[in-house]
Ligand binder design. Structure first.
Ligand SMILES: Nc1ncnc2c1ncn2[C@@H]1O[C@H](COP(=O)(O)OP(=O)(O)OP(=O)(O)O)[C@@H](O)[C@H]1O
Ligand SMILES: [Mg+2]
Length: 338
């Protein structure tokens, strides 16, 4: 069953598989707006919808293409490998990352996950590259808590070509200290001519063992096989494309979840930097640093009595860097709870 909508779903009987994670009777999970969840079950009546609104489609085949399942053997054949996933927007990168993550946890204890898709990230807030060490299978990538973040301050790496690559490399190196069994890296969907140059360079610097390319068109030689194993997969025929409005709403919800419990903080002007010297606007997304380590996110709240106000849940910081990613729509929500 392909389930989309926004609400909560409960498993009524038996077991279902969601992208490699098994859920049993009584388990429940959320379906986020704009997300379609493939729920694989021998019996449709196993699922009962709870509150919310849903759309669903019953399909006869396994929603995970057999070519996707076959990639698990490639992981098994290469212990301790790093996998980079590339593909255009709406090609299924996040879905494949989640499936690989859950599947790898069948035969490993710790999997490192890096979300470098700064526009549509699930692990960190938009504009941040985030990483985590995952030990349990997940139904939703957003349920994973990041352990390290780097700030890019843009929604596309085209605005920060080199920096976006260097920061993924840096975060990968920090994950290596924990000796994960695998590292899975999801990337952004920028794949026009310049975007391909960016992905090639990223791959050169990251030195993955496996690159998985999800192809929508038959572009030849997207990324040539090098010192890594290149696997090309076809996207699922059941892709649900997201509109710009849904993407924006998803981004705002993603920012809001990192600001739950945020408080207004006053920052001395000399500790506030601004990317590309832009004049901060109310609702701008900022990164909160303590001694050059990213501690979290803040929203710019304006000037009060000559001091800059930020909403954040980080308590101890030395510097704030403001980007021109703006989330003005949620500033009142954040303020009302602060
Ligand atoms: N194998 C599949 N079965 C059912 N639905 C799928 C499958 N693969 C992807 N989808 C659906 O298609 C949509 C797009 O997939 P996904 O979000 O993984 O793509 P993406 O490449 O990460 O997109 P973005 O560029 O926005 O990050 C999602 O709603 C997802 O649930
Ligand atoms: Mg994605």
């Amino acid at each position: 069953m392909l389930l989309s909508g926004r609400g909560r779903v409960e498993i009524r009987q038996g077991q279902v598989e969601i992208l490699g994670a098994i859920l049993s009777k009584g388990a429940s999970f959320k379906v986020r707006l704009g997300r379609q969840i493939p729920v694989f079950s021998p019996e449709v009546k196993s699922i009962v919808t709870g509150e919310g609104f849903f759309r669903w489609k019953v399909i006869k085949e396994d929603p995970i293409p057999s070519s996707w399942r076959a990639t698990i053997d490639e992981l098994l054949a290469r212990p301790n490998s790093t996998v980079v996933i590339v593909g255009q927007t709406d090609s299924g990168k996040s879905t494949l990352s989640q499936f690989l993550l859950n599947s790898a946890l069948n035969f490993s204890t710790t999997v490192g996950l890096i979300d470098a898709d700064i526009g549509q990230t699930d692990l960190g807030p938009p504009g941040f590259v985030a990483a985590s060490l995952v030990r349990r299978k997940v139904v939703d990538l957003r349920s994973i808590r990041p352990i390290a973040m780097e700030f890019i301050g843009a929604l596309s790496p085209s605005k920060a070509f080199e920096e976006s690559i260097d920061k993924v490399k840096k975060i990968k190196e920090s994950l290596l200290h924990y000796n994960p069994d695998y590292i899975i890296i999801n990337t952004d969907g920028w794949l026009d001519n310049e975007g391909i140059v960016h992905k090639k360079k990223l791959i050169e610097k990251i030195r993955p063992d496996i690159v998985i390319a999800l192809r929508q068109d038959q572009e030849e030689n997207l990324i040539k096989e090098g010192s890594y194993k290149l696997i090309t997969l076809n996207p699922s025929p059941h892709i649900l494309k997201r509109t710009q409005v849904v993407r924006r709403l998803s981004r705002l919800a993603n920012i809001a979840r990192f600001l739950k419990g945020a408080e207004a903080k006053v920052i001395e002007k000399e500790n506030v930097l601004s990317l590309e010297n832009h004049e901060p606007q109310i609702g701008d997304v900022a990164a909160v640093y303590e001694n050059d380590v990213v501690k979290g996110i803040a929203l710019y709240g304006g000037v009060v009595e000559g001091k800059k106000i930020f909403y954040t849940r980080v308590n101890s910081f030395t510097k704030i860097v403001v980007s021109n990613i703006n989330a003005r729509e949620i500033i009142d929500l954040v303020k009302s709870k602060a």
